[in-house]
Design a protein around this ligand. Structure first.
Ligand code: P6P
Length: 329
């Protein structure tokens, strides 16, 4: 029993029971409660009328799925209950959501999240997830400023994701390594299952949507062509894996290594993935796990967002692989 570590105990222990860790523990426990509610809906999605699209188009110009709406509402409402969260940036909402109830007067934290990443795959039972990153405010005034919610990822105090797959997991870091917890539905607790995750030294896996090959630049096409001929020290050629749900592709990358690539192309001149709630959470985690994330020119964690839904190209995984890809971009 003494080896049983639940999330709250881990969070407090990890941060030496500091005041900030108590505040983070409260915020993450709200995220956990929301994730349990979303996990329940996701796992029974085929049985109730919560599958499919709502008929609306969101700020990303994507079809809004019913589960997207449920997840977005659930996470925002539960984060609003925390006395520590001042605002939420959500993939589903065009502007920053600022909380101004009485218990938010001294709230110090901003949470950016993608409530249900990969949602277009939900109808075919592919793993989806919720990505999040937490920042502390930098301004001292009463009014929230852009400087508070448009910070570079290196300023984050916590990042993580929930993945709703064959099991529901939480993978998070507060800067002291990456830790994975698996939900035990029979007791409703996230139990430590992957302590201090580190990327494997090397991997033959590369992950990219090759249907966009005709839209890539000439140099990048040459790079991908070479990947197919590439052999590792044991003479093994590369293996392609692409799920099409970023959180699932990232989770595999974190556990098995390799490189995930989503370059800019003619259809997505600035890339498709969003900096604040896709690029930054995963860049924060991969760095803690010994890897690296780039937009092709620089470390994703160094980029100061100019707007909430800013898109970036994303190359993430083993540092050696990502640095090699940067030469062709
Ligand atoms: P494509 C899902 O819609 C998503 O935002 C990410 O989860 C995923 O990695 C990407 O888009 C897939 O994009 O263009 O390969 O279908």
């Amino acid at each position: 029993m003494s080896s049983l570590v639940n999330l709250t105990r881990h969070l407090l222990h990890e941060n030496t029971y500091s005041r900030e860790s108590l505040e983070l523990a409260n915020i993450i426990n709200q995220l956990v409660l929301a994730a349990k509610l979303v996990s329940r809906e996701v796992t029974k999605a085929g049985l109730v009328d919560i599958l499919g699209a709502t008929g609306e188009i969101n700020v990303q110009q994507e079809e809004v799925q019913k589960l997207d709406v449920f997840a977005n509402t659930t996470f925002i409402e539960l984060l609003k209950q925390s006395p520590y969260v001042k605002a939420v940036g959500s993939e589903e909402v065009s502007d920053i959501v600022v909380f101004n109830q009485a218990h938010h007067q001294h709230s110090e934290y901003i949470v950016h999240l993608d409530p249900l990443d990969g949602c277009s795959n939900i109808d075919v039972n592919v793993s989806v997830g919720t990505n999040f990153v937490i920042f502390r405010r930098v301004s001292k005034g009463k009014k929230l400023t852009k400087a508070d919610y448009l910070q570079a990822g290196k300023q984050a105090v916590c990042a993580g994701y929930f993945v709703y797959g064959s099991s529901t997991m939480l993978v998070y870091s507060t800067g002291g390594g990456v830790h994975g917890f698996t939900l035990d539905p029979s007791i409703g607790e996230f139990i430590l299952s992957h302590e201090r995750l580190q990327l494997p030294e090397a991997s033959t896996i590369y992950s990219i949507n090759e249907s966009y090959y005709p839209k890539w630049g000439q140099k990048f096409r040459g790079y991908v062509d070479n990947l197919k001929k590439d052999k590792n020290t044991k003479g093994k050629i590369r293996t392609a894996r692409y799920i099409g749900s970023l959180v699932a592709d990232f989770h595999r990358n974190l556990l098995k290594g390799g490189i995930f690539l989503y370059p800019a192309d003619k259809k997505h001149p600035n890339g498709k993935l969003r900096l604040l709630y896709e690029g930054i959470p995963f860049a924060y985690l991969i760095k803690q796990a010994g890897g690296y994330a780039s937009n092709g020119q620089e470390d994703v964690l160094e980029i100061v967002p100019k707007k909430l839904h800013q898109r970036i190209p994303l190359f993430i995984g083993n540092t050696k692989d990502v640095k090699e890809a940067e030469k062709y971009l």
